[in-house]
Every structure is written in structure tokens, then in C-alpha cells.
Design a protein around this ligand. Sequence first.
Ligand code: AHG
Ligand code: MN
Ligand code: MN
Length: 313
Amino acid sequence: MAEPGKTKFQIDLRRYLREQGEDRNLTRVICEIAEASKYIVNSIRTGDLGVAGTSNLYGEQQLALDVLSDRIMRKRLFHSGVIANIVSEETNDIIPVSPDCEGKYSVAYDPLDGSSLVDVNLAVGTIVSIYEGCDLMQPGRNQVAALYILYGPRTTLVYSTGKGVHEFGMNQLMEYNLLRENIQVAPKGSIYSPGGQRNLYTPGTEAFVRELEEKGAKLRYSGGFVPDINQILIKGKGLFLYPHLQGAPDGKLRLLYELNPMAFLMEQAGGAASTGKRRILDLVPENIEQRAPVFIGCKEDVARAEELIAAHG
Ligand code: AHG
Ligand code: MN
Ligand code: MN
């Protein structure tokens, strides 16, 4: 329970994880990622747009923000001492950190999703998927935790270890304090985020989006996966899609470090995540770059998308 005089909602992330009885090493992984986000948000806010190849006033090679974010994440994860393997959107192979798997965790992450949006000052995020042991090529239903950090007007961290979805906000001292516990989404919603080119939608997807529009659903699409998903979780309603397209049957988003973590969070919040045909969390990854189409959000909306795709392709 909170100390006398301290309201429940001043509980910081590490303390909350401890009170939830989370494994010590998993708590270390999550807190090191929270630590990394402090350096990442600072780089975003102060970086000279992070355009690779330029040099700053000290003549240092200016790193692209996503490369810099990747280095920050890697440094903190190595520092945690409890990591077995890493996969990052910025590297092509699995990065071995320590050979023993016992008590260790493996992490797949997108250090800066939507990095191209920084130049136009839109919100971006870090997305993380966590497995116990060494194996990162497991179906997403085996994740032990998933989280994202959203670098928007405020910096927030949303995580789940399978016991609900909880949101933390970064305060002036760069500590994360609890904002919302057990976030839930309604069975159906009234906002939709249609990714990809509409003229390349297949008939089933087109019928689904048209039906949403005829029901008066409002279009909310920022081009950033993290803010677009966060809006659905915090508003408690909505559906994001980046579907199979004519000429791109697997859509755009990556399974390991974009779809699996967000699907885990959305299911924990009472929502659903599907390729349009199958549950995202049941997909067995064949390679670390694997992409999949995605319909994610309110359960009934996802089910309707699957029906129309089954009927019309
Ligand atoms: P990343 O910047 O890591 O490549 O990811 C960007 C993704 C995701 O954030 C977003 O949902 C999607 O790209 C938007 O794609 P479009 O620009 O094709 O809409
Ligand atoms: Mn990404
Ligand atoms: Mn990225």
C-alpha cells in the first residue's frame, strides 16, 4: 500500500512493479528500458534533427535519431546484466548478449518507431517485446511482458506483464509515476486509423472501412503506430488497421517488435489483434524481419473485419 500521505498515484514504476510481485530480473529489464527512454526523449527534444552524416558543432558525426536510440537501448540492456538475446529494428541479426538463458530475458524492440515523424514534430515511440529465456522466435502469446514509451506532448510509458495494462507519466524529475491502472477497451468503437494506401485495399478491407464510415466512425491517423495505438487504449475504443494491400500481401508492420507487443497489450486491455485471418499472437515467426497485416483494437470491430475479409478477400 502507498505510504501515509502519499496518494496511490504517486507510486513510481519500480515500486509499482515490486508491489505487483514481478520477478526481480524482469523488473530490472523494464526499469532499464524506462531509464533508456530518458536519454531518448532528451535526444529527440535537443537533437539537431538527427540527420545522419551531418556533424554537430564539435565535429562529432551526427547519428540518425533511430540509430542513436538503438545505441541507447542496447547500452542500458547490456547494463541490466539480465539479457540473453536482443533483436532491434536497426540491426539485421539477433544480438547475443549472454550465453546462459536461466533467469534471463530476451528483448525485441523498435527503438524509435515513426522516426521520420520527428522532423515534422509529430509523436513517436519506443516499442518493446519481452520473452523469458533465449528464444525470440516464439509466437507472441508467449511474451512475458510488452511495453511502449510515447514521446508526445507528454512522455508516457504503458506496459503489461499479463496482469492488465498500466500507464505511467514522466514527471519533471524524469520519474515515471502511475497514471492509470487496468486500462480496458470497449467491445466496439467509433474511431479508426486506416494505414496504407486506400486505393490498394482488397474488397474485404474496403467493405469494412466503408461500413465504419457509414456508421459515422471518425478517422484518426497520425502515421505513428505508437500514438495511434495509444489513442485507442487511452480513449478505450477504436480500431487501427495496416492491412494486406494489392501488391503487398503482408502489409508493412513488423511482427517481432511492432505487432506482437501491441497485440499483447491490446488483448490484455480486452481488445483483439488479427492479420484479418488469424490471431497475431498465434503467428510463429519465420524470420526477424517478418511483416504481417494487422487489424487491432475493439474486439467486435476486429471480428467484423475478419468476417468481411473471409467473405470478400
Ligand atoms: P518505422 O518508423 O519504425 O519504420 O515505423 C513506421 C510505421 C508505423 O509507425 C506507422 O503505423 C506506419 O509506419 C505508417 O506507415 P505509412 O507512412 O505507410 O502510413
Ligand atoms: Mn517501426
Ligand atoms: Mn523504427
